[in-house]
Each structure stands twice: as structure tokens, then as C-alpha cells.
Ligand binder design. Sequence first.
Ligand code: PMV
Length: 353
Amino acid sequence: TKSWILMATGRSPTNIAVIKYWGKRDEALILPVNDSISVTLDPDHLSATTTVAVSPTFDCDRMWLNGKEISLSGDRFQNCLREIRKLAGDVEDEKKGIRIRKEDWQNLHVHIASYNNFPTAAGLASSAAGFACLVFTLAKLMNVNEDHGKLSSIARQGSGSACRSLYGGFVKWTMGNDASGSDSIAVQLAPESHWSDLVIIIAVVSSKQKETSSTTGMRDTVETSPLLQHRAQCVVPARVLLMEEAIRNHDFASFARMTCVDNNQFRAVCLDTTWTWQLIFLNTTRQIAEACFLMKWIIFEVAYTFDAGLNAALISPNRKVAGLASKAAICFPPSPENDLASYVTGDKSIIYE
Ligand code: PMV
């Protein structure tokens, strides 16, 4: 047979949770203990770009992350690859004389090259952008004819928060009830254009890898925090409805309050554990939260939220205010690694080339 190669490239941004996902009810399928809501960033700033290639000359699946080969043997990669292959369709490229029937995908191998334009595993949800992009791009290459909801349930099996990066704007991940995870998918609540004045400033406090992985931290929280049950059953359901309403009505005061208190409760369930409490004892985190509190009283309201790493996301209601906030944020602890940048929310969830 004649040798050929077929490629697809995609780009996918990261997202910042304003109602946090923390805790799995099923670790293998990555099913959460509560719904979560996030804002997707602009892919020009914080995104993963992934090229996938298929050729009959490839004898195994391989992947390179930022130019370095990484192992695909983990369950998360294997689950995503298997699920996408199951849905693969026929592909024809007349110019190149290529004809792939859907059953051929089971025996064809892929090479994957992915780049992040931000620090990997520093708590900026690099896995969210990475798995969303991997699943989306493989789906393009393999001519998968499914909606974003279905693709989000596959990306979820790579990294929970990845399911929310399949859309731009404001996104909800519904936990679902089904044991198979088929209804644990992401849906778009509103496009970025719905509230385009909203700006997110990311304070990259450190590009170091975070010390506790979210998987380990969540496991510890599920196993040892009695507060988590209360959060998941009694707090988050009502808060998700209020957050949806705040987004619908452009009610920034309410949006900011809920973003901050939900971040604080996420930190509280981490504190309520045997080991994961380490996540919250970070001076910078405290100083940024305090600065936001001060800003609220002095000039304007600004929301803060942290993921499982050191980096902060400040959310403010308009671009002028964001400029001021990012200047104020410059005062945060001077460290050679500090690199403060402002990133706006994005609508171009994924660009396909
Ligand atoms: O998807 P993971 O395993 O990287 O977990 C993400 C957890 C948080 O970022 C802290 C919260 C969230 O909802 O994104």
C-alpha cells in the first residue's frame, strides 16, 4: 500500500471555575460529587494547541507534550482514545487518494503533538485545555459526528474540568445521575458575547508544578472531609442556580460574592482533611484575597478565585476596572517568577485549522 499521512490541528483554552468541582464519586469515570460552573478564557492567551496525525506507517500511538515524549499508557489517555475510536467515521481525501473506513480506525495508530502556552500543572488547569483539545482534534481527524455534549463526556474522562473547555463563555458541568456517566456532560450557559465586559486577570504567581495533584487532593477530601458532603448536597445545588441567575442578569455583585465564597468553601473542604490542607496555606493566596477585599471597599468590586495551585484569577466587571485591578495586583509579593498578565474571556472556544 501507498504511504500517506493525514493531520488535524485544534486549539482549546483553559477555563476558570467560579463554582468549583472538587471530589469524585467515581474515580475511574471521573464523575463529580457536584455540578460546577466556569468561564472559558480566550484561546489566544491560555490554551493548548494539538496536532494529531494518522498514517499506516505508525506502529503505535505516541504523544509529545511541549516537545517531550510522554507515556500514553495511563487510563485517562487510553479511555479518551478508546471512546473516540468507537465513534470514528469514514474519511476520504480524494486528492491524496486516502480512504479510511470506520472499522479501520481500530488498527490505525496516531501521533499527537501538543503545546501549552502557559505553565503545565501549575494549577492553571493545563489538563483542562489539553484533554479538551485532544478529544476535539481527534474527533475532527476521525470524522466523529457527535455534538459537543458527547465530546465533553469523553474529555471528562481525561480530566474532569476538561469537559467545560469544549465551549466558550459560561459553562456548566452537570454531575448527572447515570452510573455510566453518559449524562455527566458540559453545557454552555451563555456565550462570551452575553457578558463581554467581564475580564479575567490571571496572576501567575509561580510556574512551579503544584505539590499536590488534584486527584490526590480530591481523594483525600472525599475520604476524610465530613464537610464535603454538606457542601455537595446542601450548598452547591442552590448556589449553582443563583450563579446561573447572576450570569443571566449580568449581576456582578452577586456573581463576585458567590465566586469568592465558593472558592473559600473549596479551600475549607481542603482544610477539613488529613493532608490536603497544605493547599490553602499560601501567603500569596491570602494577600490576593485581602487585596480584593480592600479594593471592594475602596473603589470597586472584584472577584477572586484560586485553583489547586498558587495562581489567582481576578474577575472584574469591565475592562477599565480590570486595568486598575491588574495594576493593583502588581503589588503582590515580588518574586523572580511573578508574571502578571491579563486575559479576557473568550468565545472562540476552539479553533480548528
Ligand atoms: O480537572 P482537574 O482534575 O484538574 O480538577 C480541577 C479542580 C479545580 O480546578 C480546583 C476546580 C475546577 O472546577 O476546575
